[in-house]
Design a protein around this ligand. Structure first.
Ligand SMILES: *Cc1c(COP(=O)(O)O)cnc(C)c1O
Length: 426
């Protein structure tokens, strides 16, 4: 029996309607930007396998570091014990982040990095006894993960509908799109003056799952300043934007303000191992220091700071900091910009956006329900052309590994051009 048939008998896939979904593609090998199947086809991974694989698949340097680590130390619990990989990663990461970031808390993925950030922010206020601040502010269209806390601060959508009764109440503000900045500042101020807000969580400059929605650094600085005036903690969710995705090492590098808490995962290990990181400023950490055990941050996971995952992150960081990686990110950004300039005026293209290595094309469409069919058609069309692109509704985006060559980028752009004819004839 082939892999897809065996899969069909035992596996339940994420974000997949198992009754109607086509059989999954059986991938047996990865190499650079390519994924190779059981039967020898090569697919170009234009979305870095759900936005994680920043240096390409099966990178020999990361593989070597991971193998060395497993032979040396596979795992050790992280309460009462420590190990070199966790300490070195924390030291090196903090050097790259805004200078106010002073402590690293490890977990397992992006959702847990967000859960940790939210719990940190809520307990920060709880530890100050008589200051009741229990509310979180978030962007209405945001996505912060699939666990209950992360879902609570994410947009209310079809994804969260079955659980809506169990999600905690959040104050939502609109995404400050160009032209709407003043309005959104007002929305935030009206909430903050009530004095109930513990924290504001946001995806800096780029809301991924919302459809690669982009907004300007200047307005985020202003929103963060407003939070600071009201002593509200700011949480930057860099799970997707971190590690070079938007051009510089972190999206927060575009800002003059520094967030109080930051979340990372996805590209952290080069997409090789599951790992989450939440960092915070010294004053957040210090609010948990006490002789009272009740002020302890009671959170942890079996695999907190797993040494193998930390080693993968260290190896990924080595690659990220090489000049070649910066050059590749700039090269991809420049190619995207050329494509965007030529393509945005095409009939059928509603908008073309870009930030660093992320390119998004929004197609003109009619009704949204109708578009679901077209979305699947676009997805299948790309696969038939051996390119992996996962449209978000009527939005197609490219988020390639940084090793993707210009030739491969042009292969991706050709597929997007081809989609335009599909849209026109649909
Ligand atoms: C993907 C994502 C998450 C969730 O991360 P997982 O590892 O999938 O749990 C959180 N925040 C943002 C901005 C993301 O893109």
């Amino acid at each position: 029996m082939n892999l897809a048939a065996r899969d069909a008998a035992v596996i339940w896939h994420p974000y997949t309607q198992m009754q109607t979904a086509p059989a999954p593609i059986p991938v047996v090998r990865g190499e650079g930007s390519l994924l190779l199947t059981e039967t020898g086809e090569a697919y170009l991974d234009a979305v870095s396998s759900w936005w994680v694989t920043i240096h390409g698949h099966a990178h020999p340097y990361i593989a070597q570091k991971v193998a060395e680590q497993i032979r040396q130390l596979d795992h050790v619990m992280f309460a009462g014990f420590t190990h070199p990989a966790a300490v070195e990663l924390a030291e090196r990461l903090l050097l790259l982040l805004p200078p106010n970031q002073k402590r690293v808390f490890y977990s397992d993925n992006g959702s847990t990095a967000v859960e940790v950030a939210l719990k940190m922010a809520l307990q920060y206020w709880n530890n100050q006894k008589n200051i009741p601040r229990r509310k979180i502010v978030a962007f209405r269209d945001s996505y912060h993960g699939d666990t209950f806390g992360a879902m609570s601060v994410s947009s209310r959508s079809a994804f969260t509908q079955p659980f809506v009764a169990y999600l905690f109440e959040v104050d939502f503000i609109d995404v400050p799109m160009p032209g709407r900045e003043a309005e959104v500042l007002n929305q935030l101020e009206e909430i903050l003056v009530k004095g109930e807000t513990a924290a504001f969580i946001f995806e800096p400059l780029l809301l991924g799952t919302a459809g690669m929605v982009m907004y300007e650094p200047e307005i985020l600085n202003r929103l963060m300043q407003l939070c600071r005036q009201h002593q509200v903690l700011t949480i930057a969710d860099e799970v997707m934007t971190g590690f070079g995705r938007t051009g510089p090492d972190f999206a927060c590098n575009y800002l003059t303000e520094q967030p109080d808490i930051m979340c990372f995962s996805k590209g952290l290990t080069g997409g090789v191992m599951a790992l989450g990181v939440t960092t915070c400023a010294a004053f957040v950490y210090e609010a948990f220091l006490s002789t009272e055990s009740t002020k302890t941050f009671f959170h942890g996971h079996s695999f907190t700071a797993n040494p193998v995952a930390c080693s993968a992150a260290l190896a990924s960081l080595d690659l990220l900091l090489q000049p070649a990686c910066k050059e590749n990110r700039a090269r991809i950004g420049a190619q995207h910009a050329l494509f965007r300039q030529a393509f945005s005026s095409q009939l059928g293209v509603k908008a073309c956006r870009q930030l660093g290595t992320v390119l998004a094309v929004e197609f003109q469409t009619g009704a949204t329900s109708y578009f679901n069919q077209v979305r699947n058609q676009l997805y299948q069309y790309a696969l038939e052309n051996r390119v992996i692109l996962r449209p978000l509704g009527n939005i197609i985006y490219v988020m390639p590994p940084y090793c993707t060559t210009n030739e491969q980028l042009h292969q991706i752009y050709d597929v997007i051009r081809g989609m335009l004819t599909l849209i026109k004839t649909a």
